[in-house]
Design a protein. Structure first.
Length: 273
């Protein structure tokens, strides 16, 4: 006899920013887990996209299409972002308001380790957005992660354009693989809301110069690495390790593993990957 559970159709999960670096990976992990997925993007669905997910064209900046995008979903994984304190907060406010009107979906917000300790305007926006989600009355989960490997590669690629010396900041990083963070988000999305989830950090805490040396080896470049001490409260916070989570070395993919998986380390930018 077939049970109701066996015939039940999985509830749909919306992924905002579903065509970006993190969003694409979250979508794929959800599909692999058998979830029904709705991708939200500012752009219309490409004509040649035959992927097994629904599509919602919506703009979190203007609010156009957002109510329709969130309608009827069981969960929202928010992977879209906007640089600048007010810009990031506005995206989340638009999403929270639409989700509140459309029901009570589980809202997952992707944040960054150290947003409460590092005075970058973007980080302040992420922290304010976290607080908005937590105070929204919606069932929610907030996951903070350390910097992605992709971000470090982008920084080093820019620094390596200098012909002889490659300047790098004189503090440590704990980069994590975006695919591993995406897998964690997908797992959280199909589960119950947990509020503030444990931080998700990479497997190694090392000086920026060590990661830069790995990048140079992988890209077959020769540069003298020059540690640079930058002034100000923000960089003091970085030097103190405010962006690290050494007790949450959950990720397994090292920076060298990540670089080995890129066919052309020199030619692909962070946004292209």
């Amino acid at each position: 006899m077939t049970t109701r559970k066996e015939t039940a159709v999985p509830e749909e999960i919306l992924v905002t920013g579903g065509t970006g670096l993190l969003g694409r990976l979250v979508v794929q992990h959800l599909l692999d887990e058998g979830a029904r997925v709705r991708v939200m993007s500012r752009r219309p669905r490409p004509a040649d996209d035959a992927s097994p997910y629904a599509w919602a064209t919506a703009d979190l900046r203007s609010g156009a299409g957002v109510a329709e995008a969130v309608a009827g979903v069981a969960a929202v994984v928010h992977c879209a972002t906007a640089f600048g304190r007010q810009a990031e907060l506005q995206l989340v406010r638009t999403l929270v308001e639409a989700a509140g009107r459309g029901g009570s979906p589980h809202l997952l917000y992707t944040s960054i380790v150290g947003v409460d300790r590092i005075p970058l305007p973007y980080y302040k926006g992420k922290l304010a957005a976290e607080q908005l989600v937590q105070q929204s009355g919606l069932p929610h989960t907030v996951l903070r992660a350390t910097q992605f490997h992709d971000l470090l590669r982008t920084v080093f690629a820019a620094a390596a354009t200098a012909p002889v010396v490659m300047p790098v900041p004189d503090f440590r990083f704990q980069p994590v693989d975006a695919g591993e963070v995406a897998a964690r988000l997908a797992s959280l999305a199909v589960g119950e809301p947990v509020g503030r989830a444990p931080d998700f950090a990479g497997p190694e805490v090392r000086q920026a110069g060590e990661f830069a040396a790995a990048y140079l080896r992988a890209s077959d470049r020769r540069r003298r690495i020059l540690p640079v001490r930058l002034p100000g409260r923000t960089f003091r916070a970085y030097r103190s390790g405010a962006h690290l989570a050494p007790d949450q070395t959950v990720g397994k993919v090292t920076f060298e593993d990540y670089l080995a998986g890129i066919p052309d380390v020199r030619g692909r930018s962070y946004r292209q990957r």
